[in-house]
Design a protein around this ligand. Structure first.
Ligand code: ATP
Ligand code: MG
Length: 393
């Protein structure tokens, strides 16, 4: 095995005991990403506060592909690791590194040494200066630029090894999934909710999901599309338990008994209640939706006040302040967009009123919901009892 990557992660806010939890979770998630994404051998190693991934040369690209989907990684550096040695022994190895790493020796550089091993007899500033000179002597096309170098050459002198690297591939950032509890994502077939799931997973939250379908008004294909979107989110979030709830009878009852302009709001309230039921059952600490302030009638602040009211656990709306274009950009980045725009029917659009309320009042909605008493309780229970659970991943 001959390619080694140094995993850089943000250490801000992860000190003391939390740091170990964070690192262990990250190692676990890196292993499972490599298990799914790398065909050859690999090794993940934690050493003195650093995480290293070693793989077969031919799997380097796959490895980077897998690692750039793991939250908690700030950057991935391909590193050359050598035995501890004196400066005189280090010099030719750094020259060799530059020789092999860069085809064109025509760039500006800066040497950036970190001396972790305080027993090393030179200061980092001295190493910077002397190594810089050695490289200028060795390669004619090189020059120093300490402000905006093309190449930042990192030399980390550590007690048990010396790391040399110069290229850092950006990671996704965020926190390792699993380090922050679990949430229940209301996942529809649209653009927004998969992005919402991605955003909270980025903060370390693991995800369960719930989809409300309305057969025969919504098709098998619409359901399959949601399964496909859950798979896309799970590339980042890890396994998802997708709850599929049959919402047809509840929707019909609301349609028959309540004012049509309130249909979407009342439906959304029942979705929230059912989602909360399964959230509590599976230990999720909150709900997540793809709502964004003002995007449609059911997403005005007045509407969200009313649709969130039945919930006793927090409702997270990570996209509330995002413009649609920003949401689309993330959707494209995570490869969900093409799936999201497939034109299958959505259970909410089928019965939708021409002029839905945009400023619903809670007391009025409560009054309308009273019209459902006597019918809805049984339908609600039936919807919950007939849940289908699909394990994604
Ligand atoms: P999306 O693009 O996520 O479908 P949207 O812009 O179409 O969102 P709405 O249809 O109003 O907006 O839905 C708002 C939010 O309610 C969704 O982001 C999702 O979290 C939830 N939601 C809507 N319909 C469903 C459904 N059938 N199953 C599960 N959740 C749903
Ligand atoms: Mg939708």
């Amino acid at each position: 095995m001959d390619k080694m990557f140094l995993i850089k992660y943000s250490e801000i806010g992860v000190k003391g005991k939390n740091r170990y939890i964070f690192e262990d979770m990250l190692v676990k998630n890196i292993k499972s990403a490599l298990r799914g994404g790398v065909s050859g051998r690999y090794q993940v190693r934690k050493a003195q506060g650093r995480i290293y991934v070693t793989v077969d040369e031919e799997c380097a690209e796959e490895t980077v592909g897998a690692l750039t989907k793991v939250f908690g990684i700030a950057g991935i550096a391909e590193v050359t690791q050598i035995e501890p040695c004196s400066f005189e022994e280090l010099k030719p190895q750094v020259i060799k590194y530059i020789d092999e790493t860069f085809e064109d020796k025509d760039f500006t550089f800066k040497v950036n040494t970190r001396r972790v091993d305080k027993a090393f007899p030179m200061t980092s500033v001295e190493v910077n200066e002397l190594m810089g000179e050695a490289l200028l002597d060795a390669f004619e096309g090189l020059s120093v630029d300490v402000h905006e170098p093309d190449v930042m050459l990192m030399i980390e002198i550590r007690p048990y090894d010396i790391n040399i690297y110069s290229k850092i591939i950006p990671g996704l950032g965020g926190m390792p999934v699993g380090s922050a509890g679990k949430a229940m994502l209301l996942l529809s077939g649209g653009i927004d909710s998969p992005v919402a799931g991605y955003m909270v997973a980025k903060r370390g939250v693991s995800i369960d999901a719930i989809y409300f379908h309305a057969p025969p008004y919504t098709s098998e294909r619409a359901k399959q599309k949601v399964v496909d979107l859950a798979k896309i989110v799970s590339r980042y979030s890890g396994p998802i338990r997708l709850h599929v709830v049959n919402f047809t009878d509840i929707q019909m009852a609301i349609y028959e008994k309540c004012p049509h302009e309130e249909l979407t709001i009342i439906m959304r309230r029942y979705m929230m209640k059912i989602a909360e039921h399964f959230a509590l059952e599976s230990g999720a600490l909150g709900l997540v939706t793809g709502e964004s302030i003002g995007q449609v009638a059911s997403q005005t602040m007045q509407s969200m006040l009313v649709t969130g009211e039945p919930c006793t656990i927090p409702v997270y709306r990570p996209l509330c302040a995002f413009d649609k274009l920003d949401i689309v950009a993330i959707s494209e980045k995570i490869d969900a967009y093409e799936t999201s725009i497939l034109p299958y029917e959505d259970c909410c659009t089928i019965f939708v009123a021409k002029h839905p309320v945009t400023k619903p009042r809670l007391d009025k909605i409560h009054r309308s919901e009273r019209l459902l008493e006597g019918t809805i309780e049984e339908l609600y229970q039936k919807a919950i009892d007939s849940v289908e659970i699909i394990n994604i991943n």
